[in-house]
Design a protein around this ligand. Structure first.
Ligand code: GAR
Length: 280
């Protein structure tokens, strides 16, 4: 295959989205590779994930810099070492200045656990539940100076269920995040994404099928490790689930068939008895 897109992933913590990107890039046919993982938090678990995958890590602690500008200059100097084409913010919890954003315009993505423009910022799932929303999801968007703003590249939707807590909803959304980020990177790397400040157009392509990995969400996620939850993503026919309505329909058809068989056996027995009696 041809050139792969050089990706820098910026994190602040757990790094489960980072893991989904690492897993996708492990496939030699995937058109991107992670060149560096940069964290502003020295003890981010995502750094361990990168090290385990043999990916260089860089720590640029925001606290060590007196201003946002200096912090970003330090990040920029680090990124310059790696010939980066695309920055992926994956749980990177620092607001970036418009100078930094302008340097990477059209080449920096963010993931957010809501259907933007709804619910930017923190405590997304709590607010979705408080407003009794019927659905939620995640958004991959190009980064512009506003918080969780910028034109959307793709979204994945999930239902909000009646008994959901912020944790169960977060887990359901996170499962889709892990599909969305590699899919977005792949689309960009294949040249299928046409960016302008106002909007993004995406060509029609086969949806991304994520690799089957045993463990993405760790360590905090062990409690809500995923049951298969049906995706509502219409672009992803590979996401299969058994519809309970179809099961009920099949059961009803089968019991009707069994009932008909029972009466036809009784009927046949009756006819045979009558024939036997008429012969006597
Ligand atoms: C993800 O849910 C991501 O969408 C969110 O932080 C989490 C990071 O998880 N990002 C934002 O809220 C950005 N506004 P991860 O470290 O396991 O990938």
């Amino acid at each position: 295959m041809g050139e792969r897109l050089n990706v820098a992933v910026l994190i602040s913590g757990r790094g489960s989205n980072l893991q989904s990107i690492i897993d996708a890039c492990a496939n030699p046919d995937f058109p991107a590779s992670v060149k560096v993982v940069l964290s502003n938090e020295p003890d981010a678990y995502g750094l361990e994930r990168a090290t385990q995958a043999g990916i260089p890590t860089e720590i640029v602690p925001h606290k060590a810099h007196p201003s946002r500008k200096e912090f970003e200059e330090a990040m920029q100097a680090v990124l310059a070492k790696y010939d980066i084409d695309l920055i992926c913010l994956a749980g990177f919890m620092r607001v970036l200045t418009s100078d930094f954003v302008a340097k990477w315009e059209g080449r920096m993505l963010n993931i957010h656990p809501s259907l933007l423009p709804a619910y930017p910022g923190l405590h997304t799932h709590e607010r979705v539940l408080a407003n009794h929303e019927k659905e939620s999801g995640c958004t991959i968007h190009f980064v512009t100076p506003g918080l969780d703003e910028g034109p959307t590249l793709l979204q994945k939707r999930v239902p909000v269920l009646q008994n959901d807590t912020a944790e169960t909803l977060a887990a359901r959304v996170l499962e889709q995040e892990h599909i969305a980020y590699p899919e977005a990177i792949r689309l960009l790397a294949l040249g299928k994404v046409h960016y302008s400040k106002e909007q993004v157009e995406v060509d029609d392509v086969e949806p991304y099928a994520p690799p089957r990995t045993n463990e993405i969400a760790a360590p905090a996620d062990h409690t809500h490790k995923s049951k298969e939850i049906p995706s509502m993503d219409h672009h992803n026919p590979s996401s299969t689930h058994i519809d309970p309505a179809a099961i009920a329909q099949a059961k009803a058809t089968w019991s009707l068939f069994a009932e008909m068989m029972k009466y036809s056996v009784i009927g046949s027995a009756g006819i045979l008895t009558l024939m036997a009696l008429s012969l006597l």
